[in-house]
Design a protein around this ligand. Sequence first.
Ligand code: GDP
Length: 196
Amino acid sequence: RQLLNATFYVSVHETRELPKHSGVEIAFAGRSNSGKSSAINALTNINRLAFVSKTPGRTQLINYFQLKSDHFLVDLPGYGYAKVPESIRQHWQNLLSNYLQTRSSLKGLILIMDVRHPLKPLDIQMLDWFSATGKAIHILLTKADKMSKFQANAALQKVALYVKEVYPQCSVQLFSSLANIGIDDATAIINKWMQT
Ligand code: GDP
């Protein structure tokens, strides 16, 4: 299993704090508890938990991880946590829509969804914001180990059919950080995007 070699780079709260460089970056987004942190940990050799507070609704940071000189993975704040105050929800919305729609060094979006609860309204919101740019999107249906192979494949087909209709530049796969499902496929996509 090949791991992406990543080191923590910087955290930002506001669009204006984003690094000025024009490198290559790939962003990870997903609902709180979708398994985004676990996916990032499974794909890289960083121990993210060492420096990121996971209090839901409080951590509204964009975290940058450096792969090599000007190549970055960008961990976007998790969304959809029910108890988030309106002011934070607004902040999230502005930060995310701004970043996704205007960041020129952003090459692609990895969107994390729990395979048991895919395509929630905020996931669709992310797809809508980002697909307007015409850039690539890859969905990881996480926690695939929580279903039988048959159920997981049925869920995959359903999501694949939906995105094929609505978001032609979007691909989708099953993933499990726990059971090591789809890690090589996801790594290959990230490496491919980094080279374009
Ligand atoms: P985040 O809030 O999106 O960053 O989600 P986390 O990565 O913290 O995961 C949320 C919960 O789901 C934790 O309890 C994880 O242990 C669990 N989890 C994450 N990935 C998997 C997976 O692939 N399989 C299973 N069974 N549980 C997972």
